[in-house]
Design a protein around this ligand. Sequence first.
Ligand code: SF4
Length: 461
Amino acid sequence: MSSVINFDTEMIRKYDRQGPRYTSYPTAVQFNREVDNDIYIEELDKSNQSNKSLSLYFHIPFCNSLCFYCACAKIITKKPERSIPYLERVYKELHHQAELISPNRVVEQLHFGGGTPTFLSDEQFEEMFEHIRKNFTLAPIEDREFSIEIDPRAVRASTIPLLHSLGFNRISLGVQDFDPKVQKAVNRIQSVEQTFDVIDAARAVGYKSVSVDLIYGLPCQSVESFKRTLDLVMQKRPDRLSIYSYAHIPNKVRSQRTLNADDLPDASTKLAIFEMTVNYLQKAGYVYIGMDHFALPDDELTQAKQNGTLQRNFQGYSTHADSDLLGFGMTSIGQVNDCFIQNMATEEEYFKGIDHCGLAVNRGYRLNKDDCIRRDIIQALMCQNRVSIDDINEQYNINFFDYFADEVTELLPMVEDKLITLGIENIVVTQAGQLLLRNIAMVFDAYIEPINNQVIFSRTI
Ligand code: SF4
């Protein structure tokens, strides 16, 4: 199958609806209070029998200023000292979780997200790594995927080489849009120079991959203005690009109420921006990985997509095989065996939990057999664009066509629209279905009904 996507506006319009991005299945909306510290301890204990590798996620919630569109869990403060008591708790949590994990298990993946991880000082990064090294066994350098989100507005010149020397080999830069009008509307003023300096510094010290995040659908954007942003970004030719669709959900995200809704591009402009972007990036030599992600042909993500080893997790697409994910910090999400675990949502509750017993689990979800079957199908659609019906039958001892009789009926219009082919052995996403992956996956989502009719997911575009 050709990897080039032909943009079919009518088809995208036809299928445009709210839906999850499937960084997990079930999604976090299903998490409940049945999962607590005790269940987490039980799951960690069980997981040690597998000797699976580990992935660590650290949530650093602090940001210097508020970007109005932002739906992340963050704390806005100009006071660097706010991070001191927070890190104390993260270290406590780190020691406690490490005690529950077999030392034979190695950390292959590590991610610092936020918030703004570069809110921390260089000394704090060194200190954190000291704690990580002391408590966990890190994989050999060539097997590591250590990544961090960088805000170019909040990073010192010394930090990029320091992070590389600590073992980070991938960075992703928040850019969103270079247009001054858009930046003003969303309260994120970031110069091209600041951004380019970080990319140059990362390349100079040898980071394996530099990724840039953009958002389309923001106030004051137009096809022309977003193309100018892409023109600028292309001057540095990042290895990867994530182009997210802005989800305007002011009923859920308070700061979005500050945005002037009249400035938002209408649905057809937003679709036109997306179309221009897909065509632009493919012409520039990027490969569409799936769900907003593009990468250069020699990037590991592209190779993983081509050889069928692509994975999807809370950080988006990844090349790493299945590992258990341990989360640290407020709101962080972990996944151990077939169980999701999420920490307390506020700093206060997180501190209270950690001070009490070293863990701060708030909620989570234990997958049952049906969830696992659906998760595997959705993961296969999102990553390999193909589901082996034989494999599912064999692994779960079911008859796919009996078990999913309703879903198969629901898939038939997609077969007619040539988004998928459906045979006895396989479901295969066609080239036309690539941009509608989430719609195809949603057929297998048992929880897709809107909750209280509220908008909780972003739309396809
Ligand atoms: S977009 Fe990033 S920097 Fe801006 S408020 Fe959100 S987490 Fe902070």
